[in-house]
Design a protein around this ligand. Sequence first.
Ligand SMILES: C[S@@+](CC[C@H](N)C(=O)[O-])C[C@H]1O[C@@H](n2cnc3c(N)ncnc32)[C@H](O)[C@@H]1O
Length: 265
Amino acid sequence: MNEIPVEFLRSPLSKEELSAEDESTLVDAAGNKFTKDEQYGFWNFLPERSPLYSDQEWSSFQQLIDNFVISYNQNPTQNVSYDDRPEVLKFGEFCKFYGDVLDIGCGPHPIPAYIKFRKNEDAVYYGIDVLVGEQPKDMHFIQAMGEHLPLADESFDVSISGTSILHYINPQAGIEEALRVTKSSGYLCIWLGVKSEDAPVPAESPEWYKNLDTPDGAENPFHYKRYSTEVFEAFISGANGVIDEKEVHEYDEWRQNVFYRIKKA
Ligand SMILES: C[S@@+](CC[C@H](N)C(=O)[O-])C[C@H]1O[C@@H](n2cnc3c(N)ncnc32)[C@H](O)[C@@H]1O
C-alpha cells in the first residue's frame, strides 16, 4: 500500500525531478538522497534542515514532533480522528472525496477516521506525515513535511488537512504547498480547531503531559501558536487561496471546529 507512483515525486526543496540511483534510493540534482523504508516500502523525504526556519524554530519543530510521539504512545486516540465522533464524520462529508486525494498530516493510524467512515471507494488516498506512526497504512504513505511536499504541481483532485496545518510553525507555507500540489479544478479542505483564550484549563492533566517540555517560543507542548479564524484566513489569502466554502461547528462555549474549502486564486 505504501508504493506511490514515481511520476508524483519531486525533490522536497527544489521540486526538481528525481532520478533513481537504485530501487530504494532517489537522488535530486543537488545530490540529496531519499530512501525507501526497507520493511514497509514508504519513501522518507524529510529534509535534513528546513530553510524556512531559524535554528530556534527548527529545534522547536523537532521538540513538537517528539511531543506528538510521546502523546500517541501514551494515548493513541487522543487529539486524532480515530473514531466516528460527529465532527470527524462532518469533516469527512465536507471533503467530498474524489479522484486522487492527499491527506497532509494524516496522523499515526493506518487511515484517519474522516476517510475511513466517509470513504469514496472510487478515490485513491495518499497520506503524508512527519511521523511514521502505525504501519502498514491503509493508504499510500510518504514521510515528509507539509511545508516541503515531495510532489509535483497540480497532482491531486482533493488535498486535505485535518487539524494538522494549525500545528505548523509556518502555516502559510503549508497552505501554499498544499495548493501547489492541488489541481486548479480541485480544492483543499482544512479543518481548523479554534479555542478561545479564556477556555478553562483541565483540572487534572496526566503525569506524562505534565512532563512534556514546551519548545522555545511555543504556546504549549503541541502548538507553536494557536490561531484565530481571522489570522488563519490571512494565511489563506497570503498563500493565494480563496475561501470557497466555510462551515463553523460550535463544539462548546470555548471551542469551534471550522472547515474551509479553498481554491487557487
Ligand atoms: C492532531 S494530529 C491530526 C492527525 C490526523 N489528521 C487526524 O485528524 O487524525 C496532527 C498531525 O500533524 C502532523 N504534523 C505536524 N506538523 C507537521 C508538518 N510540519 N508536516 C507534516 N505533518 C505534520 C503530526 O505528526 C500529526 O500526525
